[in-house]
Design a protein around this ligand. Structure first.
Ligand code: 9WN
Length: 442
C-alpha cells in the first residue's frame, strides 16, 4: 500500500534508508540501540530491531535475539542492557558489576517482555520466504522456546510474588519509560546519597541538542541510587524486593506480559508443547486480570501502584492504555478506544500527527520536548498498531501505521518526536525507529 510521508518521501526510499540505518548500527553480533547515545543492546529495543531485520534478513534477526539470549541470567531474567565493547555509555558495566556465567557484561535489571512478538514475526517471515529461512526460523523457535518460557516464568515468580497479575519494577528504567510522570510520586520519596554523580560524567547529554530533552541530574542521582541499592543486595531477587526504595507495579509491562504470554502459547502449540502452552495461557489470564483490576472507573485508564504505600497513581500517560494491549473486558476496551482516539489523546487538535503522546497534553506533567513526558515514540506506535490489528481494530491500526509513516518521512529516525511540531528529538538514527518503519513498509 502506498502511504505519503509528510515530506513526500516515497516508501521505497524510506525503507532503504531504514535498512541503511540498521546496517550502520550493526556491530556484528548486536545492533546498537542508537549509534552514539546508546552504543549497546537494550532488551526491548532488540526485539523491535529483530522485527525490522526479519523483513530483510531472517538470519540477522535471529542473531540479534540469540545475542540477547546469550546474556540471559541463570534465574531466567533477560537483562535490560547487554554491553558491547564501546565505553561511551553511563552507567556502564563497571557501575553495574554484573557478568553472566557465559561472560556477558550486563545491567542488573529488566525491561518489558515484548520478545515473543519478535519470535512470532521472525517465524512468520521465515515461513513467508520458505527454503533455508523457513528451516532456520523454525529451528530457532524450537531451540529457544524453553529460554523464552524461563523468562516468562521468572517474571511470574520473581516479579509477581503474590500472584496478583501485576509485575513489580524496582527502577523506572525497567518500565522503559524512565522519567514518565507515572513514576514522579515514587521517585520523590527516593533520597539518594548526594555524592552519587560527583566525578562521573553523564555521557547522554553529549549526544542530544538540548539537555531539556533528557532527564535532569536530580533524576539521574535517584536512578543511580537505585542501581547502588540493587548491587548492594547482590541482585538477589528477594533481597532487592525487600530493600530497594522504589517498588511499583507496572500495568503496561503487565499487559505486555499478558499479550506476549498468549503469543508464546501460540508458538508452543505450533511446536507441540501443549502443557507449556496451557501454562502460558494461564499466565496471560492472570496478567490480564491484574491489569483490569487497576482500571479507574473515573478516568477509564489503568493505574500503577506504589507497593510500599498501597497508593494507586493516576497520571494520564500512555501506560494507562495497558488494556488496549491485553484486552479481556469489551466495555473497558471500547471506552479506552474512545479515549485513545478522542481530543485528549490522538485526536488532540494541536497534534501534527494523530499518534499517542507519551503523556496527555492537558496534564500538568506534560512537556512536549522532554522524553517520556510528552513526545511520541515510533516503536510505541508500532506496538499499538500491531496489537490493535491483532484484536480486529483494523481501521485504527492502519491509521496508526499511516500517521506513523508520515511522521518518519523526515528520514531522521528520531528516538522520539515533538507531538505538536513533528520535530525529531533525542537520538537520531535510533534503531527501533528504523526497524518499525521497515516492518510497516515491507
Ligand atoms: C535507560 C534504549 C533505551 C530504551 C528506553 C529509553 C532509554 C535508557 C537511557 O533508551 O532508556 O535504559 O539511558 O535513557 O527510555 O525505553 O530502551 O533505546
Amino acid at each position: 500500500m502506498t502511504v505519503a510521508t509528510h515530506t513526500g518521501v516515497a516508501p521505497p526510499a524510506l525503507a532503504a534508508s531504514a535498512a541503511y540505518i540498521l546496517r550502520g548500527n550493526d556491530i556484528g553480533t548486536l545492533t546498537t540501540a542508537a549509534p552514539r547515545l546508546y552504543p549497546h543492546l537494550w532488551s526491548w529495543d532488540a526485539a523491535f530491531v529483530a522485527i525490522g531485520l526479519a523483513t530483510v534478513s531472517v538470519p540477522r534477526a535471529i542473531a540479534e535475539l540469540r545475542t540477547l539470549l546469550g546474556a540471559q541470567w541463570t534465574t531466567g531474567m533477560l537483562p535490560h542492557i547487554v554491553f558491547g565493547p564501546d565505553e561511551g555509555y553511563f552507567p556502564g558495566p563497571d557501575v553495574w558489576g554484573a557478568t553472566t556465567p557465559s561472560g556477558a557484561r550486563t545491567s542488573g535489571i529488566c525491561q518489558p517482555p515484548v520478545h515473543a512478538i519478535a519470535v512470532r514475526r521472525v517465524l512468520d517471515a521465515g515461513r513467508r520466504n520458505g527454503g533455508a529461512d523457513r528451516d532456520l526460523a523454525e529451528r530457532f523457535a524450537a531451540e529457544t522456546f524453553d529460554r523464552w518460557l524461563a523468562w516468562h516464568r521468572w517474571l511470574a515468580t520473581a516479579r509477581d510474588p503474590r500472584g496478583r497479575g501485576l509485575l513489580e519494577i524496582y527502577h523506572g528504567w525497567e518500565s522503559g519509560m524512565d522519567n514518565s510522570p507515572r513514576w514522579d510520586a515514587a521517585y520523590a520519596a527516593v533520597r539518594p546519597r548526594e555524592d552519587l554523580l560527583r566525578g562521573r560524567a553523564r555521557r547522554d547529554l553529549e549526544h542530544v541538542a538540548d539537555a531539556r530533552q533528557r532527564p535532569t541530574d536530580e533524576e539521574y542521582r535517584r536512578y543511580l541510587w537505585l542501581v547502588h541499592q540493587m548491587k548492594e543486595a547482590g541482585y538477589d531477587d528477594d533481597a532487592v524486593r525487600e530493600t530497594v526504595d522504589f517498588r511499583m507495579t507496572d500495568v503496561f509491562m503487565s499487559a505486555i506480559a499478558a499479550l506476549a504470554s498468549d503469543v508464546l502459547a501460540e508458538i508452543g502449540d505450533e511446536l507441540g508443547r501443549r502443557a507449556e502452552a496451557t501454562e502460558l495461557r494461564a499466565l496471560a489470564e492472570r496478567f490480564r486480570g491484574g491489569v483490569l483490576s487497576t482500571v479507574s472507573p473515573d478516568t477509564g485508564l489503568a493505574r500503577d501502584e506504589d507497593v510500599r504505600t498501597g497508593l494507586r497513581l493516576d497520571a494520564p500517560t500512555i501506560g494507562g492504555f495497558a488494556p488496549l494491549l491485553c484486552g479481556g473486558d469489551p466495555r473497558v476496551f471500547s471506552r479506552q478506544l474512545a479515549l485513545f482516539t478522542g481530543p485528549e489523546w490522538c485526536g488532540h487538535p494541536d497534534l501534527r500527527y494523530a499518534l499517542p503522546p507519551s503523556t496527555a497534553p492537558g496534564h500538568a506533567g506534560f512537556s512536549s520536548r522532554t522524553y517520556w513526558r510528552g513526545p511520541q515514540w515510533p516503536f510505541m506506535n508500532w506496538l499499538l498498531y500491531w496489537t490493535l490489528h491483532r484484536a480486529g481494530e483494523v481501521d485504527l491500526a492502519m491509521s496508526l501505521r499511516a500517521e506513523g509513516l508520515r511522521q518518519l518521512g523526515d528520514l531522521a529516525f528520531g528516538e522520539y518526536y515533538e507531538p505538536m511540531t513533528g520535530e525529531a528529538l533525542g537520538s537520531a538514527h535510533q534503531s527501533w525507529t528504523a526497524a518499525v518503519a521497515l516492518d510497516w513498509l515491507i
